[in-house]
Design a protein around this ligand. Structure first.
Ligand code: PMV
Length: 344
């Protein structure tokens, strides 16, 4: 096969994201069981570079090497092979090239922060650029970003929300124009300025390996007694967020955000087998956030992803007082007193 370019280098950076309405449960091909919505983060990201070179004798396998922070990481190969197999139908040139993939995260690795969203998004963006070098007529139009998001989704569901936009919806929702199960879309309606530069301070409660992977967690939603009602609830919560995003009602925002976080973990606690990813310090921190909010009326709340870490969410205007509160009362519950300041 003759390509426009036989050898080259592409690089991309993609952020992590934190879901407000959670994706938990999936169908075939990484399609979500319910729509989700997330804030895109800024300081937590992955940077990926691919050096590619056309093979003189392509085989039926994918030829690649993977380096994480400059060190070869063969343990990541199975995950990348699965990803390449899934996206091959969209990128049939992949078996004609050798890929040398280099990746690094801005956040401490093994921090318990899910890096799959940013890493799969960065890898997908690199492959999109590579495709563009091979087929220069391809334009960076809307379908380009949709395809990037489709690829990212096939790497890790939530990664499809890390391609473009500060607030992103993934999954078909009747009230979100253009929404799709296949890719994330930039939230298309009015957003109150209170949600600009919205703060997310990630408290690293437990940096250990999760006992249960998200893939297994998603699978357990198949025979889950509360699954159908939960999926409906996610639709309802997105509907409720539309006016909240418009009018900046933080009390209602807090109610939905915290309820979503606790529901996610309630699903884990009520699946078969059941499991708990929160740690005693997760609960301690949640209670202290509630007490602080009650006493000071500061609109601060929490969300959780599939782990023990707590994301403390609040508008930019109360940053100083919340950081002071975190330093005074919450850091003692973090492993090595570590936390990461981020925002959308
Ligand atoms: O993208 P996955 O398969 O790692 O699933 C992520 C699931 C949650 O982080 C718990 C929720 C979400 O919507 O991001």
């Amino acid at each position: 096969m003759k390509y426009q370019t036989q050898k080259g280098t592409v690089s991309a950076k993609a952020p992590s994201n934190i879901a407000l309405v959670k994706y938990w449960g999936k169908r075939k091909n990484q399609l979500p069981a319910n729509p989700s919505i997330s804030l895109t983060l800024n300081n937590s990201y992955t940077e990926t570079t691919i050096h590619f070179e056309q093979l003189t004798t392509p085989t039926d396998d994918f030829q690649f090497e993977f380096f994480f922070e400059d060190k070869p990481k063969p343990t990541f190969h199975p995950k990348i092979t699965t990803f390449l197999k899934r996206i091959y139908e969209y990128m049939p040139f992949l078996k004609d090239f050798h890929l040398e993939i280099h990746s690094r995260n801005s956040f401490p690795h093994s921090s318990g922060i899910a890096s799959s969203a940013s890493s799969m998004a960065a890898l997908s963006l690199c492959l999109m650029q590579m495709e563009k070098l091979l087929y220069p007529h391809l334009a960076e139009d809307e379908t380009y970003w949709q395809k990037a998001s489709v690829l990212a989704r096939l790497g890790s569901g939530s990664a499809c929300r890390s391609i473009q936009g500060k607030i992103v919806v993934w999954g078909k929702h009747t009230e979100i124009q253009g929404s799709s199960d296949k890719y994330g879309v930039v939230y298309p309606y009015k957003i109150h300025e209170i949600f600009n530069n919205f703060q997310d301070t990630i408290l690293l409660i437990d940096k250990g390996q999760k006992q249960v992977s998200s893939s297994l967690g998603h699978d357990l939603m198949h025979d889950h007694p509360f699954a159908e009602r939960r999926f409906e609830q996610a639709h309802e919560n997105i509907s409720k967020l539309i006016p909240i995003f418009e009018n900046g009602d933080l009390d209602k925002f807090i109610e939905i955000t915290e309820s979503e976080a606790l529901t996610l973990h309630a699903m884990m606690m009520t699946s078969t087998p059941y499991f708990i990813l929160m740690k005693p310090n997760t609960l301690e921190v949640i209670q202290r956030i509630w007490r602080f909010r009650e006493e000071t009326k500061t609109p601060v709340c929490f969300t959780l992803d599939a782990g023990a870490n707590v994301h403390v969410l609040y508008p930019n205007y109360c940053k100083n007082e919340v950081i002071q509160f975190i330093q005074k009362e919450l850091v003692v519950y973090c492993e090595n007193k570590q936390y990461i300041c981020d925002h959308n």
